[in-house]
Design a protein around this ligand. Structure first.
Ligand SMILES: NC(=O)c1ccc[n+]([C@@H]2O[C@H](COP(=O)([O-])OP(=O)(O)OC[C@H]3O[C@@H](n4cnc5c(N)ncnc54)[C@H](OP(=O)(O)O)[C@@H]3O)[C@@H](O)[C@H]2O)c1
Length: 348
């Protein structure tokens, strides 16, 4: 039912609103969990950037995309932040705290308010457009050769910018197309071609995907002329991606970015109140949210936490501490498995 909802034409309003939890207490995941421990001994580009001695402050650290652009390790997530006042305040606090990357999407319905807020706020912080890394995403309703160009023009116009730093295919399936239909594959291949053209003409500095599984990525890598720069996926202590996805992205130079690492709007309590997370937080005199986010970074994913509150926005980017191997081990060994966001596994 949930996936049907995402395939429907009018899904954007209720985007993420009716999420079903998928309790993934699968044996194979415990195997993956063990495999993931090994990743720490094989650092990817994000881990290498995170552990580099220069620059010293985490907010200034970035990883290089396959385009050569600097991609900040920490960005500000904006899903469900809406209305001109709320957007303005949150962007104000985020820029004030030091965030220099903002994650939005056509379906979030906030591109226009983000664009307006940036035009007012950049001078306040002595910044210009080029100091800010903006990510937006193609709506599932705009998949296909006939729609992608207009969709990107819409994002550019709503944001009021001449280029977008990174544009992602939000979801491998198209609205209104059954998830088991091969039409999804045809449409997303066309969408990628459209994004490649807009990348080549300079409106999209980098292009990438979101919610792509190994299967979706391997298919894209066979036909693309521009490789995706980023794959943005759900990743948290309770929902871990496979080692195969990590290895594929690493070997193809695709940066992994994590979302819903605090559990999203409805379920952050279960992650933040995890007793192991609380214990590690207490031992370091940081908050559970900071532990959850730092763990994601040390796993090799960039992060885009969202909050409506000034003190949390500030806290979520103050991650200049290290989780040593004993603490990482304790966190890795948490066995709860919950999926908090939509599941792309069955999209053909
Ligand atoms: N590509 C995709 O399909 C996709 C899907 C989902 C999200 N995203 C992107 O990823 C971003 C982050 O994911 P998300 O929005 O699902 O949520 P999230 O970052 O996992 O967490 C947000 C929740 O945690 C709370 N929170 C934030 N900081 C906190 C802190 N320091 N202490 C306690 N609670 C805290 C927030 O509440 P308050 O707001 O009340 O503080 C909110 O309920 C999104 O905003 C969006 O940009 C992408």
């Amino acid at each position: 039912m949930f996936l049907k909802f995402f395939q429907s034409e009018n899904s954007s309003k209720l985007f993420f609103g009716k999420l079903k939890l998928f309790n993934l207490r699968l044996k194979s995941f415990d195997n993956l969990l063990n495999g993931m421990t090994n990743i720490e001994t094989h650092p990817n580009a994000v881990i290498t950037a995170l552990t580099a001695s220069e620059p010293e402050k985490i907010l200034e650290k970035s990883v290089l995309l396959n385009t050569g652009q600097k991609f900040p390790l920490i960005g500000f997530g904006t899903y469900t932040i809406q209305g001109s006042k709320q957007i303005f305040d949150c962007i104000d606090w985020a820029l004030g705290a030091g965030y220099r990357a903002i994650d939005t999407a056509a379906v979030y319905g906030n591109e226009e308010d983000i664009g307006k807020s940036l035009r007012t706020l950049l001078p306040k912080y002595n910044l210009t457009r080029s100091d800010i890394f903006i990510t937006s995403k193609l709506s599932p309703k705009d998949h296909g050769a006939n729609k992608v160009y207009e969709a990107v023009m819409g994002s550019l116009s709503r944001l009021g910018v001449t280029y977008i730093d990174l544009y992602l295919i939000h979801w491998p399936g198209a609205s209104g197309v059954p998830m088991d239909s091969k039409e999804n594959k045809k449409l997303r291949t066309e969408s990628w071609k459209g994004l490649e053209d807009l990348h080549k003409s300079g409106q999209l500095r980098a292009i990438g995907v979101s919610n792509y599984t190994v299967r979706h990525l391997e298919e894209l890598l066979k036909t693309c002329t521009v490789k995706p720069a980023v794959n943005q996926v759900e990743f948290s202590i309770h929902y871990r991606q496979s080692v195969d996805l990590f290895k594929l992205c690493d070997s193809e130079g695709i940066i992994l970015q994590s979302y819903t690492s605090l559990g999203g709007n409805s379920h952050s309590e279960s992650l933040l109140k995890d007793p192991v997370v609380e214990k590690v937080a207490e031992s370091l005199k940081v908050t559970p949210a900071q532990v959850l986010l730092r763990w994601v970074l040390q796993k090799g994913y960039t992060i885009i936490p969202k909050s409506l509150h000034k003190e949390r926005i500030e806290q979520n980017c103050q991650l200049d501490f290290d989780l040593n191997s004993a603490r990482m081990k304790a966190l890795n060994n948490i066995t709860t498995r919950m999926k908090y966001a939509w599941n792309p596994d069955t999209i053909v």
